[in-house]
Ligand binder design. Structure first.
Ligand SMILES: Nc1nc2c(ncn2[C@@H]2O[C@H](COP(=O)(O)OP(=O)(O)O)[C@@H](O)[C@H]2O)c(=O)[nH]1
Ligand SMILES: [Mg+2]
Length: 389
């Protein structure tokens, strides 16, 4: 397949020549089953980076150059990927910094993953033996590690370790699918938003660890404050919309109506039918569980709904077991609460709210997603899920 390695440059005349030499003379000769090219995406660097490339193009026929106005890293990548695919006929494109931050000797490993059938390969500094530069100052190290952790936690996707980096390989289909949405991200936020959309659309993703090396020439172009604000804005807003469009709001509303049903039937059974409050409460709870199961199945999780008659009873028993877990949680939290703060109505009610908000909701929502409707499919749970059927 035709592979184009894209190197975005802005004032990289001290680095780009070394990188191109290593790629052309040490890395490409080792790759036998792909046709390798390099595309330098320069934003008319005033230091004359483009002149160096033009010179090298006489020597290396698979080296290309595209120039554009300086609109940021994301804009340069969108322009360069479009050019690589439409003009150069690339099947696979790479993202790779021009300052030797990314180890060019790792390129064959990325291609190996593509050959194995992956659509998107992420270079990672934070797992499996990868690392950030030892030479970085403490500030830069913290900035890098915390930034990544923040993205992973807000987006709630922990299995990809490096979101902010720019060492990646991808099939052209991935870029063509996401391109329209990427033009909005012109700066460094491009990296996170691109990966986020690729995850959302279910492309096959894997990671390759690498040791990052600090630049020895030129200066970093990142503007940390601006970047952090942009990044935070992106992850928070996109996460908010994701939650709003997810089953969560409907699940919460269902749970609330379930609570009303439980309360109303408790009174009805005791007052009208003279049933013992303990039994009436349990009957109300079971009605609420039935109601919850139906509404979650046909409304909140309707995309994943269980309709097979042979499966429904089993699922309903599972659902009851999960609900029993919620009952135990509420009972335990209230017991702890009253034993510490004393048994008053106020304390009981406060701890009921704490139990629901901090224990029952996270617990039951994840159980629904993992086991009942199987909307979440984290890797480590695959085995448990297949055991449970
Ligand atoms: N074409 C282009 N390249 C850029 C721009 N900003 C950064 N780069 C390149 O993107 C790569 C990463 O940038 P760098 O300044 O090293 O960021 P850092 O590694 O996060 O400090 C380098 O190859 C830069 O030359 C830009 O606005 N346009
Ligand atoms: Mg750099």
């Amino acid at each position: 397949m035709k592979v184009v390695i894209i190197n975005p440059t802005y004032n990289e005349k001290g680095n780009i020549e070394r990188l191109i030499k290593i790629l052309e003379e040490e890395v490409f000769p080792k790759i036998k089953n792909h046709e390798m090219h390099i595309l330098v995406a320069d934003d008319n660097s005033p230091d004359g980076t483009a002149d160096i490339i033009r010179d090298l193009m006489k020597k290396y026929k698979n080296l290309h150059l595209i120039l554009g106005p300086k609109h940021g890293l994301g804009a340069a990548y969108v322009r360069a990927m479009t050019h690589a695919i439409e003009e150069l006929g690339a099947d696979i494109v790479f993202e790779m910094d021009a300052d030797l931050f990314h180890d060019p000797n790792k390129v064959p490993e990325f291609l190996q993953k593509i050959d194995e059938g992956y659509d998107f390969v992420v270079g990672t500094r934070y797992s499996g033996g990868g690392s950030i530069p030892q030479t970085w100052g403490l500030h830069r190290k913290i900035f890098s590690i915390v930034g990544n952790l923040m993205v992973r936690s807000i987006l709630m996707r922990f299995w990809i370790h490096d979101w902010t980096g720019g060492f990646r390989a991808l099939r052209k289909e991935v870029f063509l699918k996401e391109k329209a949405e990427l033009t909005a991200f012109r700066g460094y936020t491009f990296q996170v938003s691109f990966l986020h959309k690729v995850v959302r659309d279910g492309f096959k993703i894997t990671e390759v660890p690498f040791h990052a090396t600090d630049r020895t020439m030129g200066r970093s172009k990142i503007a940390p404050k601006e970047y952090i604000i942009d990044l935070l804005k992106y992850v928070i807003i996109s996460r908010f919309w994701e939650i709003l469009r997810s089953p969560f709001p409907k699940y919460a509303l269902t749970g609330f109506t379930g609570y009303i049903i439980n309360a109303v039937f408790l009174e009805l059974f005791t007052d009208v039918f003279n049933i013992h409050p303990g039994i009436a409460g349990a009957m109300g709870a079971e009605l609420s569980i039935i109601w919850n199961f139906i509404l979650n199945n046909f409304w909140a999780f309707s995309k994943y709904k269980i309709t097979e008659l042979s499966k429904l009873p089993f699922k309903f028993i599972q659902f009851n077991l999960v609900s029993a877990g919620s009952v135990v949680l509420i009972g335990s939290v209230i017991t702890v609460g009253v034993s510490i703060f004393g048994d008053t109505r106020f304390i009981r009610q406060i701890f009921l709210v704490i139990a629901i908000g901090f224990f029952v909701i996270p617990y039951s929502y994840s159980m629904y997603n993992f086991f009942i409707w199987k909307r979440w499919k984290p890797r480590f749970l695959h085995k448990i899920q297949s055991l449970l059927g």
